[in-house]
Design a protein around this ligand. Structure first.
Ligand SMILES: [Zn+2]
Length: 278
């Protein structure tokens, strides 16, 4: 795959990012070897957080750089590699599929009081749909098409899906409105993850929870498969969390993070955490 496949079109508006964890200017920070031209991954010189130092503006995420589209480009890039590790990764996914899988709705039912629940990056809305009737689903989604699909599902249950960036969407809700939130495969895409966690903190009840699933940059798979690790997506995955950096960001915004016994296995590409207000 040539560089141009991942290059933004000249009309795409790109913004520079400071470190999403500590706000440091990344200009002099180390360029991470997993960078893929034209996207630079940086290791923050101040706090060590790993992130891409530029991001498409939110408006572009509705259309040109929508995940549905760029994920197809990434899929092609991976297939083109035809590497042993890609085949291994496929085999690993198959193996995971036959093991009991953790479901967001099961975690929410187990840990949260019935009430309003929000899914950040809700896609077409399917994730919260299995919740029992005493939970009312809401969602925020950057893709216009997916948000419209989610709205149909959620409105039928008394909830709603909002089209836009999560920060804008969360402003529409009063303090303590939600008993639970789902951030599944979301925080790695968010250009302002700390600000979103702060806004989420405000909209959760005092005993509200947030279920988080993100790729684990600290996983053994990343170390072994290197640049071919499935967690690298340019530029969809803007933030590369480890259990430590996720815990730190959550704590800075007023949350504790619990991973449980299996939430951060070094052999898994992803990690799961339940955040609670401190
Ligand atoms: Zn930093």
């Amino acid at each position: 795959m040539s560089k141009t496949d991942l290059a933004p079109s000249p009309s795409l508006e790109i913004v520079d990012r400071t470190c999403p964890q500590c706000g440091a200017d990344p200009t002099n920070a180390r360029i991470n070897p997993y960078s893929l031209d034209p996207w630079r991954i940086r290791d923050c010189g101040t706090c060590g957080f790993v992130f891409i130092d530029q991001a498409p503006v939110y408006a572009a995420l509705s259309t040109e750089m929508a995940w549905e589209r760029t994920s197809k480009i990434e899929e092609t890039r991976r297939k083109t590699m035809r590497s042993v590790s890609w085949k291994l990764s496929k085999a690993t996914r198959f193996r995971l599929n036959i093991l009991p899988r953790r479901k967001v709705h099961q975690l929410i039912e187990r840990y949260a009081a019935p009430g309003n629940v929000i899914d950040l990056g809700c896609g077409a809305g399917g994730l919260l749909d299995p919740l029992p009737p005493d939970f009312t689903p809401y969602g925020i989604e950057i893709s216009a098409e997916l948000a419209a699909s989610a709205q149909v599902l959620f409105a039928a249950r008394g909830g709603a899906a909002i089209h836009g960036p999560a920060l804008d969407g969360l402003k529409l809700f009063p303090d303590g409105f939600f008993t639970a939130a789902s951030l599944r495969s979301y925080l790695e895409h968010e250009s302002q993850p700390a600000e979103v966690l702060a806004a989420l903190h405000r909209t959760l009840t005092p005993d509200g929870i947030a279920v988080v699933k993100v790729p684990n940059y600290g996983s053994m798979n990343r170390v072994v498969t290197g640049a071919k690790w499935c967690g690298f997506r340019y530029p969809d995955h803007l933030n590369y969390f480890t259990p430590e950096s996720l815990t730190r960001m959550a704590r800075n915004q007023g949350f504790s993070a619990a991973f449980g016994l299996t939430g951060r296995l070094p052999t898994s590409d992803n990690m799961w955490a339940v955040l609670r207000k401190l």
